[in-house]
Design a protein around this ligand. Structure first.
Ligand code: SAM
Length: 216
């Protein structure tokens, strides 16, 4: 199930409800949208592959729904990810995007997820893929994390979360950093490219030198 269809359901009148859907192990109260303090715990594939079994410090802002593999590939392709890139996936789930960036393109990858169960899975997947030397997973709140070293940022969140994150992306990322979002746009920040793949939409932006004030 796509996140878009979940959003549509909410718009259709489900209202304040925690949604549990097939394949999803997280729930999110879509209307309440918690704003509590972040966690700052870090686990890495290299050091602690089974770490991250404690409870999350707050509810995730969005449920876990994985990006299908063809869409992952397109996200890396549209951003032209190369071996000298540092790819941050904000809300990294089972780690598939940063693992693919490392395995297929030789990039370094950092996954940020608030849910320790996702971090544990991602570390296990990195081990299976043989990329623990190039990826790292951190249990953190993506709204609090320092991602300024990124050269590529990937997202599969929700439109309202993208818009909320937009000022931080534009202020903290270096000009020229590429941003790719599966399914969700950035409101008034219009993408440079939009690609359809496997029934999904992929959006692409490049951080400008001087972001317009209305986007900050
Ligand atoms: C839709 S899934 C996307 C997973 C992965 N990026 C992919 O495309 O396959 C969103 C992920 O964001 C995580 N998440 C939600 N709120 C978060 C937050 N505030 N900080 C960090 N991660 C968060 C969830 O735990 C979930 O794993």
């Amino acid at each position: 199930m796509q996140l878009q269809s979940i959003s549509r359901s909410v718009i259709a009148g489900i209202g304040i409800v925690s949604l549990g859907i097939a394949g999803c192990t997280q729930t999110r109260d879509f209307e309440a949208g918690t704003q509590a303090q972040s966690s700052a715990q870090t686990t890495t594939a290299q050091v602690s592959p089974n770490a991250g079994t404690q409870a999350p410090t707050r509810d995730p802002d969005v449920i876990y729904v994985p990006t299908p593999e063809p869409v992952v590939n397109e996200m890396l392709q549209i951003a032209n990810v190369q071996s000298n890139d540092i790819v941050y996936d904000l809300g990294s789930g089972d780690g598939r995007i940063v693992i693919a960036a490392a395995k297929d393109r030789g990039a370094r990858g950092i996954g940020i997820d608030i849910n320790p169960e996702r971090i544990r899975e991602a570390n296990q997947n990195a081990q299976k893929a043989g990329v623990t030397d190039r990826v790292e997973f951190r249990q953190q709140d993506l709204f609090e994390t320092d991602f300024s070293e990124a050269t590529v940022v990937t997202l599969y969140l929700l439109s309202d979360l993208n818009v909320k994150l937009r000022p931080k992306l534009l202020r903290e990322l270096k000009p020229g950093t590429r941003i790719v979002s599966h399914a969700f746009d950035m409101g008034d920040w219009k993408p440079e490219k939009v690609v359809e793949v496997a029934g999904r939409t992929v959006y692409y932006w490049v951080v400008p030198e001087n972001p317009p004030a209305n986007l900050l």
